[in-house]
Design a protein around this ligand. Sequence first.
Ligand SMILES: [Ca+2]
Ligand SMILES: [Ca+2]
Ligand SMILES: [Ca+2]
Ligand SMILES: [Ca+2]
Length: 756
Amino acid sequence: MKKKSVKILSVSMAVMLSLLTGCSKQQAPVATDEAVSAQEVTSEARDEEWQDSDKETLRYVFNEDFGGKAGVCLPAAALSDKARMELVLSQFNSVTCENEMKPESFLGQTPTIGEDGFPVLNFTAADTILDQISEYNATVTKEEKKIRLRGHVLVWHSQTPEWFFHEDYDPDKAYVDKETMLERMEHYIMQVMTHFYGEDSKYSDMIYAWDVVNEAVSDSNGKTRTDNSSWYQIFQSDEYVTTAFVYANKYAPADVKLFYNDYNDTATTKCGGICDLLTKIKETQGARIDGMGMQGHYDMLSPTAAEFENCVRKYAAIVDEIQITELDLKSSSDYDGSDANAEYQKQAHRYKELYDSVCKLTKEEQLPITSIVFWGTDDGNSWLQSSNSVGGSSDGSRPQCPLLFDKDYQAKPAFWAFVDPSKLDPIINEISALQTEDASIAEEIIFEKDDVSLKFYPTWTPNGVLVKAAVADNSKDDDDSVTVYLDTADSRKDGADIISTTVKRSDAVETENGYEAIVNVAAEDLNYFQTVGMDVCVNNHSSLLSWNDTENNQEASSKNYGRLLLKPFATIHKGSVKVDGVAEEAWAHVTEMPLTFATAESASPEASATAKLLWDEEFLYVLFDVTDSVLDVSGSEVHTQDSVEVFMDEDHARPDAYQADDKQFRVNSSNELSFNGTKSKEENINAKVTTTDNGYLVEMALKWTDITPANNTLFGLELQLNDCKNGSRTGMLNWYDTTNSCWSTPASFGTAQLVE
Ligand SMILES: [Ca+2]
Ligand SMILES: [Ca+2]
Ligand SMILES: [Ca+2]
Ligand SMILES: [Ca+2]
């Protein structure tokens, strides 16, 4: 997609010129008298309404869509960056100072103590930002185009100088007692409120909300945070949190909204803990809390839309307002920076998913989401480029592109996700299919549109793709049908070689609310780990519902098909063998399972392997036949020695981390064993290795530890070959896992079925 620049309002250009040249209001550019007055009148009258030029701005779209503000985080350093300020002044109507209103900014690294014995606050950095925004505000009359601020933050365990908590303001002395700290807190909040809202303040209409307390809930147990918190050290309870809302209520104007703000806001335990805290604050005598700030440092997968919506509902049941206060998205876990546009598109759809939730909650459920604030203007200036601190952040190992504008301030697809989603490339769904004809084992894909919904279950064989489709469609029409389209080369182009099969409703099985069709698309020579382009299309009385290509152009082009990855599935027959390293007759009729998948890091192993499996009530039997011309077990780590591995997830729970029944067994070419998993140990394996002319043969029996195997039992299985030489692993082949994560994640194992 071509980069598109965002139109900048001409009014902000004028302001920028005045800001950058340091013109005061008195010196604001004035041309000839008559010309200016005419212009001013026209411009003010026009400014009462949104202009066409406003329509591609976040503040216009948010105001139209859900009546909320469009916010951005801004550091003082940005004030001298003309292009960056143009973005801020033209797109947003809420600003959060990145650091300039935090306690360490007002209090300073070293204390200045006044005659009353309390610290004297320094507001210079914040005032610089407020002055420039005031100057911009004076040039616009429409309220929604003026920029107001979220005050961030009054009470926080972080970015608060340590001396503030100690006797004589000396960090080397003891903590003060609770009563003293309450006095310091009250005096601090009083001074902040007096500066921004006092009779002499020129900023009294600027800051519309405050984060009174930030991040006081523990991630691990939902209780009050104890770690790294001098607030907690002194109070030993959440009393400092509730009291902060008492003081904020006492000194802030009644129309200034008071927020609690936190991250990991959709994690189950923490969300529950935050709800408890919000309730407690509400019940505190003299306290006022208006809103919950969900920071929204999310990633490409988490939270799901449903998780996000549920948490908003929980918070909204307690407080009157919800704001997303620090939104950004970490990049995909496999993003290496090589295909930025693909990542941008994915990210745009992810932002759209969250924004659709915001619009749904505000419109359909009237939940009071009043602002979405992005944590930064652009990717180049995002904290995720460098920070790995508390609050959810980058792990430092992959490129980050978390925001709506790139480092050159150009609008990314993520911007259009909010402003005009029709500009996004369609999303390409990616799913996998197992090699079986049994749809009951297949992944279930669900999609819905209007009054039709479809569930389908794709599987494959070398001779084609099978899709069982369950269509919910209450009206029986002559042209009701399901079509599956394939581009087996996954060429993604107009005029591709497309094959398709249609099953009419009259040839399908009627169900309670629709019909069920088995669509068999014949193809040739399909193979493991091949990706094919596929779309599934339901025709309901001439209205088409498509799984992937929403333009319904499937007949002519495979460009917007989904992707189907063909993966293996194992059927294991019953039979017993003697573990002696010799392949007896019982193995002769067992089908070989090839280990074919090589991850990028081990793209060209010099060894190969096939495996055969059998089972009985006591054991899973595995026979590996390995071809490997250089046998090497000199590596210092067990996985850097020539070896084979078997992974079992007996209860097929597919967890992200190993549970009691999950096991990894490794046997090296010298018959030495190694283990991973609580029940992966010597007593549960019997193995025998024999060397062959071109490699080695491993025969093993693995004891079932947690299930009673029976006909049709499904369990998680993975097989791996490690090829090594000169003491290091030079190649690796897997049966199913394409992510090299089966050593830590049973969810990445394949699936096997036992049959009599
Ligand atoms: Ca119909
Ligand atoms: Ca044997
Ligand atoms: Ca398991
Ligand atoms: Ca080797």
